[in-house]
Design a protein around this ligand. Structure first.
Ligand code: TIU
Length: 227
């Protein structure tokens, strides 16, 4: 058992084999110009500051041979998994499925849908394609977690109040003990990021815990050397 400094109180991981790193939607569509994020009217440069923290967590998980799941939000080319409500939403010129500077917007396999080069997964690492905001809806994520007996999730990625928070709430309702990594998640709206952090850990951790990259890395590596 290890206790990690966190809010609203220490986060406990009973065994290293029970923890996974979840990286939500660090794809070009959200972090680079010409993708879905920009089509929605956002300043995408806002999100790039968290790349070093996620790289550090990736390096630690790889060194400890612990499971990593990256997700990408995207739809089949025929849009059969995209509800018309989602496809039509908003007043932007470019909509899901339209051709943009990085290929068709939010379509699986297109250039814009790929994970950013800095966080490229290794061939054995699992990428979960998800049609919704949450990583559990209509995906095989839960069966992977159950197969590996994972109970604790460290959650990172973008955007904090949309796909990250939805995923954390889905996981919480399924019984997972989740920690949102504060300096490894970002929003186009800094005030929404802060509000999400506070609402997650309010009421005694109603959705889970929040903590910092360095504290997690220190704890995980010391746990490894103690075992
Ligand atoms: N628009 C926005 O903030 N986010 C999304 O559409 N998807 C994710 O958060 N990944």
């Amino acid at each position: 058992m290890i206790q990690i400094p966190a809010q609203p109180y220490e986060y406990e991981i009973p065994d290293l084999r029970q923890v996974a790193l979840i990286i939500i939607d660090m794809q070009r569509d959200f972090l680079e110009a010409g993708g879905f994020g920009e089509a929605l009217g956002n300043d995408v440069s806002q999100l790039q500051s968290i790349i070093p923290q996620i790289q550090s967590l990736l390096t630690t998980f790889r060194a400890l041979q612990l499971p990593i799941f990256q997700t990408v939000e995207g739809h089949k080319p025929d849009l059969s998994d995209c509800p018309p409500s989602k496809q039509k939403r908003g007043k932007s010129e470019l909509k899901i499925g339209d051709r943009g500077p990085m290929g068709r917007i939010l379509i699986l396999g297109e250039e814009g849908n790929g994970i950013i080069p800095e966080l490229q997964p290794l061939s054995e690492e699992i990428i979960i394609s998800k049609p919704g905001k949450g990583a559990f809806y209509n995906t095989p994520l839960e069966s992977h977690l159950q197969a590996q007996k994972i109970t604790h999730l460290l959650i990172t990625g973008v955007t904090t109040e949309v796909c990250v928070q939805t995923t954390m709430r889905e996981a919480n309702d399924r019984g997972y003990e989740c920690l949102l990594v504060e300096d490894a998640t970002a929003s186009y709206f800094p005030e929404f990021k802060q509000a999400t952090i506070e609402m997650v850990r309010a009421q005694g951790g109603i959705v889970g815990w929040t903590g910092m990259t360095e504290d997690l890395i220190t704890a995980l590596t010391s746990m490894q050397s103690a075992s």
